[in-house]
Design a protein around this ligand. Sequence first.
Ligand SMILES: *Cc1c(COP(=O)(O)O)cnc(C)c1O
Length: 378
Amino acid sequence: MKFTTKVVHSQLKGTEGIHSKATPIYQTSAFSFTSLEELEGFYEGKSPYLYTRTGNPNTDELGKMVADLEGAPAGVATSSGLSAILAGILAVVEAGDHIVAAEDVYGGTFHMLNEELKTLGISTSFVDFTRQEEVEGAILPQTKLLYSETVTNPFMRVENISMMTELGEQHSLKTMIDNSFATPLLSQPYLKGVDLVAHSATKYIGGHSDITAGVVVGKEELIQKARQRVVNMGSNLSPFEAWLTCRGAKTLALRMGTQAKNAEVLAKELHTNKQVKNVYYPKYLSEKGHGAIVTIELEKHCNISTFFTSLGWVKIVPSLAGVETTVSYPLGTSHRALPKEAQEKLGINTHVVRISLGIEDAEDIVDQFCKAIEASVK
Ligand SMILES: *Cc1c(COP(=O)(O)O)cnc(C)c1O
C-alpha cells in the first residue's frame, strides 16, 4: 500500500462482533474476567488486556499505526514525545553506558539527557553531527547509542542518516532518530537502518494541537523492552488521547502535503525579502516535500516586538505542527535555558523566528508575513 492509503487504513480491526466504522474508545482502567482460567489466560498470552497501564486497545492501535507508517514491525505509544524518547533510550542503555547525541537536539531531550539520565549514571556527549570525525571521536568503549533527529530545530539541519547507521554498524552501536519534524511521510529512518524511531505525536502525527503523546517504533525485541519501561515507569498514554491521535493521524498525508507546499512558497518569498537576513529551510528532504517549518532571521534594524504584534491571525505559540500557521520565538522559549555561548554557537539570537506552516491558503500566509515584516522596519 502507498502511504496515503495506509494512513487511513491502519486502524484496529473488528471489535467484539460490533462493526463500528470508527474504533471505539476503551476508556477503562482495567479489564474484567469471568473465571480464574480466563485470568490465567492473560498470562499465557491468550487474551491481550489486563490493566490499561500495561496495555489498551487504543494505545496499541496508535503504536501499531505509527510502526506501520514507518515500515517497522512494532511500536509503543506513550504519554508524550519525551517519554517515548526516554523509553526508547532506556531500551538500549543502563547505568554506566554512554550516548553520543547531536548538539542541536530538541531542548527537552537535551535536558532529559543532561539532567535526568546523567544523575542515573548514563552520560551523554553532545557533538556536531555534521562532522563525522567529531561523532566518531566521541565514541567511548562504553558508548551504546547514537542519537539525533531527522530535521533539527530551529535551523532545519537534515541529518545524514547513512553516516549514523554506518558508524553504528562499525562500532556495534544502536542508532535512534527523533522523526517528529519530518514525519514518516517525508522520511522513514527505520527503513534506512535506524534501530529506533521516536515521535512527539503531539506534533504532526496528532496534528490538531489537542493532545500530548509519543510513539517509539523499531524491531519487536527492542520495542518489547521499551514497552516494559513504559509499564514500569507509568508513562502510558490515556485511551482517549490515543484515540484522538489516531483520528488526527488519518489526515497526516493531506496535512503535511499542504503544509510542506505552503512552507516552500513562504521560504521562496521570504528569501527575496530584503528585510530577511536568513531563511532556514531544508534544500531537500523527500520528493514529497521538505517539511513544514521555516525559520527566519530578520535584519537587525527590524523591531522584533512590532513584527510579532503585527502578525494578525498568526498567533505566537511555543509549539508547532497544528493546522494553523503559528510562530515561535526560540530565544524566549525552546532555547531559553541554554547557556549564552550555546545559543550563540547555534545562532539563536533576538531576530530569529520559527514559523510552523498551517493548511491555510499560501497567498494569505505570504501576505500576512510580508505585512508584519514591513511594519517591523523602523
Ligand atoms: C515537541 C518535541 C519533542 C517532545 O515532545 P512532547 O510531546 O512535548 O513530549 C521531542 N522532539 C521534538 C523534535 C519535538 O518537537
